[in-house]
Design a protein around this ligand. Sequence first.
Ligand code: SF4
Length: 374
Amino acid sequence: MELHERLQINKSTLTEREPLAASLLEWYDQNKREMPWRATKDNRPTPYQVWVSEIMLQQTRVEAVREYYKRFISALPDVAALAAAPEDQLLKLWEGLGYYSRVRNMGKAARVVMEEYGGELPADWNQLLKLPGIGVYTAGAIASIAFGIPVPAPDGNVFRVLSRLLGSFAGLGDAKVKAAFGEVAARMMPPNRPGDFNQSLMELGATVCLPNGAPLCDRCPWQKACIACREESWPRLPVLPQKKPRRVEERTILLLASEKGLLLSRRPAKGLLAGLPEPLNLEGSRSPVELSELVEELGGQLGQVEELGKAVHIFSHIEWQMEGYAGWTSSFLPPEPYFWAEAQQLRRELAIPSAFKAYREAIWQLLEEESVSS
Ligand code: SF4
């Protein structure tokens, strides 16, 4: 099937819009945002820096990534440092970004790069794609931005911009359609500026052809050529796959403190928040009496209990509806996988997932009180 057929558009729609790169690059040169990982006159980011920034940008907005990026690069400035970093350090540097498997995969990939490529990321799209955690998008971004290889980097922004430009109603739930948009980007790409072209598409999607709310077409270099703008079909584009409804889970969170610190456990090695430390996190809604029984089973004696209120955390496919409590106990030797963590250890070494951010203040207050009273 030909490219235009896969995108459900006329052939002429495609060919007429292929020469649009120059106007986009001109717009990009004037409007790109300054970012610590972007090339400036005196500084070109290393492949490693592009890799770190691209993985982080899959998690959250540019503004939020800046600080994370600076902290990560200053702690782990190159592939060798990343390969040698203990897992808890990686998780701590990632704390709050979510999708912790991504930083774990970066650690794994860094070790492969040390063993197989002498510590330098390979300047080859196929070899990049074989590294743990590097998919089509990231491989394209590193190859084009860091090495100048003319390959596309199709992400959500690119799919949205191109769907609208071409007025394509082909559904993005189909991998062949996504690949087709990648081919469109490759056909439009000028061979002398592949990295800038990919970044300009992403930048246009992030700042002008917005995902939520109306696109800012009057600021867009492609306004005249854009079919969705002309036909006002942008609210229906791109055609995204249907999301599965989220499973709602009731949870009870108990912040249990003793003079030894806060009681934590490690989550299972696979699945949601794999391997991360968390406070007592129980299925269902539990009464203070049930919490007291549970603490007794662990070997403690629950004293005064304080209600911390409700909180909700939404993962991609699960929603936790939590009810929080803080409680005090005299210290005891907890069974595996529970352990006590002191305030310093929590601040410096352990990453508490942002699912519990509603209770973060209460954790610090509890630990302060414990250190004052002990
Ligand atoms: Fe998006 Fe509007 Fe530009 Fe079309 S003209 S690509 S809808 S911002």
